[in-house]
Design a binder for this molecule. Structure first.
Ligand SMILES: *[C@@H]1O[C@H](CO)[C@@H](O)[C@H](O)[C@H]1NC(C)=O
Ligand SMILES: *[C@@H]1O[C@H](CO)[C@@H](O)[C@H](O)[C@H]1NC(C)=O
Ligand SMILES: *[C@@H]1O[C@H](CO)[C@@H](O)[C@H](O)[C@H]1NC(C)=O
Ligand SMILES: *[C@@H]1O[C@H](CO)[C@@H](O)[C@H](O)[C@H]1NC(C)=O
Ligand SMILES: *[C@@H]1O[C@H](CO)[C@@H](O)[C@H](O)[C@H]1NC(C)=O
Length: 858
């Protein structure tokens, strides 16, 4: 599976050699990332837009890079808006399918708009470590392993002869000859010094690239480009006579240099998948600022790259992303406000110091899986530095912790190359050793292991992890369950009281979602608040386990609240998920700043029941987590959610339980202070909802009703009865049908005429419109498939799926109905009328596209 076993390095270097067009220069050129329909031609699109086609965008399917001279204007956006305007004005020819209709996503790369990425090193106060008689024993261990590296005795994290037991317990692994052979870790950082005598022997050039300077070797070039080299040394410093050794000292390291300057989303996305059949593990010791005020997540291209990595990297076993959790604990920062560390695709690693104590910098959060050693208690990590034989004694922060865990994974992959990205997380959870320090340890009864927000499941133990890896049976593929959006729309009381909202998950829902047991749990939520840092949020599982998914942050004065933010917890690992899940939102600072809990959505992720029937998660879109403000349409973003298609509702009508009053089992919540009114929007529409007037409208009959005819209904419930008899309904619907048929015929005629005229007008104009011509009218039918799927999906929200729909589709840009809604609402390619029309059908259309292979993004 891994190419390198059979191919010489020269061939590999050729395979991975970046094309010449990678020599990007952001000061002279603009770069556009575009995602287009499968089969559409990026070259033709580029030509049409007068842009230069630069090639595929890394490993992302159907994503490409286009280039233009530097300008203020966004050429793609402008062209799309222009087409939209012409369609609105019904200009001749504008209604025809167009190349631009195939653009599902376009993003002009803007280095200035990106939040900067920060290295996670801290310089600890330096004290001389105590020397002890056990040094002699350390020397014996080294001798038995043939380690003559001069600073090995200082590498207490590998063998601690001063505080016995406070190391990663790796010497017993090495003693078995397990040293990282055949494993490659990519250091995504500020480069690594491949000319260092301590790294040269393990450097993997073919998996390396400099994304800052766009040259092949990620050599440190700036005066402070030391960080990546130090991290690389922790993982794969060679066993020789220079400095110390790495955890996997016979493993390989490569480098992706991204931190030595502003980076575009495109380049970061490519870096996260670079050589992803060879680079098994990506070690990332950086992230958004740890100032306790930032709340940043990777952009859509980077999120897609990570999903592509876990689905296609390592021959489909999945790239392993290891992230340092962040050093902002002293600023009240919490890694759940960092979209890299709280991703289910990353292993988040926090720090402990050489005495096993919690260092002041290491953040807490419910997404933290594990901790390992780093700076504090007067010492730090001793490793390799930039220079031919330079060593460093002061490497610290969670930056230094992450790479140690990446190195342990390199050892585990040597003994078992078939571990998936999720197996790696299981091994980590199941072998972490509880830290013997007071913390908020709580028993996860499903695992029989304790979890703390400060230490995750404890500290990584290389020996235990590698032993468990040896005979590990792969877990079954990942399955997931999404709740509907749960609308609360209630002011948050100030003080110690909280505002609670619950959702009951039934065994049947999870069975239908093919979900056997949990791994990650995510909660996406919207809260309006005039001071974000005053908020905190707990998630209580059916078993009573509590995740503090958001915590108070004293520096965070943003008035943004939480906007579609996804928090993550690993504290519920192994639970069944069945029962009542409750979020409790608190505003503990009694002050002039207050807010409203708008809504939330629960997502359960875990192991599938039936491996054979489980598909892969569709690529994320920019609008996955948007609140469609429609509680009656469960957000069926995927095919495996337990939403019965007949009713369009989850089991046990969510109205019955999703906003029930706080019950007395929640001692922290005062029942009187949290009179969450009963479920439906009308009942909460008592004046508190001025900011969301739509909530006072009664639910549309189409949304809540089932599609089976009832005594008063001539047709399924999606068609209103108008309160009249069946006979009258027959008359109304009969007339409507006739009118539709007439309109359809008329429309077809106009279309035909216009198309003919257009063909005539564009005849001989070469390829300009060659694109749209493929398939002609049949193409329209195909595009209409979006509408068909809408009907088939059973939400029954689209009354225009039939002939009228077809007519409508014919005038709409191809794919506008689903693809545009899907991720490009901003583009609004349709005319204004279309937009209105979509208002009803939009959600259904969006989901209708899910099943189709054409729009795999939904
Ligand atoms: C590593 O790869 C080599 C071939 O390149 C193979 O002979 C060896 O068995 C592999 N080692 C392990 C531990 O998989
Ligand atoms: C980008 O182009 C400018 C102007 O030609 C030049 O000064 C600069 O050195 C170039 N940068 C890179 C990285 O090639
Ligand atoms: C470390 O590894 C040894 C085997 O070398 C094992 O017996 C022991 O339990 C592990 N843990 C600790 C804390 O030493
Ligand atoms: C793995 O399985 C083999 C055979 O089933 C057994 O001999 C060996 O002891 C097991 N190793 C571990 C570490 O459990
Ligand atoms: C917030 O406080 C102001 C007055 O200070 C009040 O008018 C407003 O209704 C409050 N909003 C919420 C959501 O409690």
């Amino acid at each position: 599976m891994r190419v390198s076993r059979w191919l010489p390095t020269a061939v590999l270097a050729f395979i991975y050699a970046p094309p010449a067009t990678w020599a990007r220069n952001y000061s002279t050129h603009d770069y556009y990332a575009v995602h287009i329909s499968p089969g559409a031609s990026p070259e033709q699109l580029a030509e049409h837009l007068n842009l230069r086609y630069e090639g595929p965008l890394g490993q992302l399917d159907d994503h490409y890079l286009l280039r233009a001279d530097r300008a203020e204007d966004d050429h793609v956006q402008t062209a799309i808006e222009d087409l939209r305007r012409r369609r609105r004005k019904r200009e001749a020819g504008a209604e025809l399918p167009h190349l631009l209709d195939h653009v599902l996503l376009s993003q002009k790369q803007d280095l200035r708009k990106r939040f900067p990425l920060h290295k996670r090193g801290v310089v600890p106060p330096r004290q001389d470590p105590p020397v002890d008689a056990m040094v002699q024993k350390g020397k014996e261990v080294a001798a038995s392993l043939g380690i003559n590296d001069p600073i090995f005795q200082d590498q207490w994290h590998l063998y601690n002869h001063v505080q016995p037991g406070h190391d990663i317990n790796v010497t017993g692994v090495w003693a078995q000859g397990i040293t990282g052979k055949n494993s490659t870790v990519c250091i995504v950082d500020d480069g690594l010094d491949m000319d260092s005598d301590d790294l040269r022997g393990n450097y993997f050039a073919a998996g390396s690239y400099d994304f800052n300077d766009h040259v092949a070797d990620p050599k440190p070039r700036l005066s402070d480009d030391h960080h990546g080299t130090r991290c690389a040394g922790e993982i794969a410093a060679v066993r020789n006579d220079v400095c110390g050794v790495g955890v996997a000292y016979d493993g390989k390291v490569s480098g992706a240099r991204i931190l030595s300057g502003a980076i575009s989303d495109v380049d970061e996305a490519i870096a996260m998948n670079y050589a992803f059949q060879e680079n098994l593990i990506y070690s990332c010791s950086w992230g958004p600022p740890d100032d306790g005020q930032s709340m940043e997540e990777p952009g859509i291209l980077i999120r897609r790259a990570m999903v592509t990595g876990i689905q296609q990297g390592r021959g489909g076993l999945g790239s392993v992303y290891v992230f340092a959790i962040g050093n902002g604990a002293a600023n009240d920062d919490n890694c759940n406000f960092d979209g890299y560390t709280n991703s289910i695709y990353s292993v988040s690693v926090g720090g402990i110091d050489r005495k096993g104590l919690h260092p002041y910098y290491s953040e807490k959060c419910s997404a933290q899986l594990v901790v390992t050693y780093s700076s504090g208690s007067g010492d730090a990590i001793h490793t390799t530095d930039v220079g031919r034989d330079k060593c460093y004694t002061n490497h610290g922060g969670t930056s230094a912790a992450g790479p140690l865990v990446a190195g342990i994974y390199a050892l585990a992959m040597e003994v078992n190359p078939h571990l998936t990205w999720r197996d790696i997380q299981y091994l980590t959870v199941l072998t972490a050793v509880k830290i013997d320090q007071p913390s908020d340890w709580a028993m996860n009864k499903a695992l029989g292991r304790e979890f703390s927000h400060q230490y995750g499941y404890g500290k990584a133990d290389a020996y235990a992890l590698v032993e468990l890896a040896k005979n590990w049976t792969n877990v079954k593929p990942q399955a997931w369950f999404y709740s509907p959006w749960l609308h609360v729309k209630h002011p948050i009381p100030q003080g110690d009281q909280g505002l609670a909202s619950s959702f009951d998950v039934s065994a049947d829902m999870l069975r239908k979602a093919n979900l056997e047991r949990l791994e990650h749990v995510t909660v996406t939520m919207n809260i309006q608040h005039t001071r974000r840092g005053d908020l905190s949020v707990e998630l209580r599982s059916p078993s009573g386990m509590v995740s503090h998914i958001a915590t108070h942050r004293r520096n965070d004065a943003a008035s943004a609240g939480y906007v579609d933010w996804t928090f993550m917890s690993v504290a519920h690992w192994g639970e069944s998920g069945v029962g009542s899940w409750t979020v409790v939102v608190k505003d503990t600072n009694v002050n002039e700043h207050n807010g409203t809990f708008t809504d939330w959505k629960l997502k359960l992720w875990g192991e599938s029941i039936d491996a054979a029937s489980q598909g892969l998660l569709p690529m994320p879109t920019e609008h996955d987590d948007d609140d469609h403000d429609d509680m009656h349409i469960p957000s069926v973003g995927t095919t495996s959610v337990a939403v019965p298609t007949e009713t369009g509702m989850p089991e046990g009508n969510p109205d019955d339980h999703q906003h029930r009053p706080v019950n007395s089992k929640l001692p922290v919540v005062s029942a009187t202070a949290t009179p969450i009114a009963t479920a439906t929007p009308p009942s909460t529409g008592n004046g508190d909802d001025k900011d969301k007037p739509e909530s006072t409208e009664p639910p549309t009959p189409t949304a809540t009703s089932s599609s089976t005819p009832s005594p008063d209904h001539l047709l399924p419930h999606i068609f209103p009865t108008f309160g009249v008899t069946k006979k009258t309904q027959l008359w109304i619907y009969g007339s409507a049908t006739l009118i539709l048929i007439f309109l359809c015929a008329l429309g077809g005629y106009f279309l035909h005429v216009r198309r003919k005229r257009r063909r005539w007008m564009t005849a001989g104009r070469g390829d300009d419109y060659g694109f749209e011509m493929v398939g002609g009218e049949e193409d329209d039918d195909h595009d209409g498939g979006g509408g068909g799927a809408v009907n088939g999906n059973g939400n029954g929200r689209v009354g225009r799926g039939g002939k009228a729909g077809r007519l409508y589709d014919a005038f709409a840009p191809a794919g506008a109905e689903d693809s545009d809604r899907e991720e490009e609402d901003a583009f609004g390619l349709g005319s204004e009328e279309e937009d209105e029309g979509e208002g009803e059908g939009g959600d259904g259309g969006e989901r209708g596209g899910v099943g189709g292979d054409r729009y795999r993004d939904a």
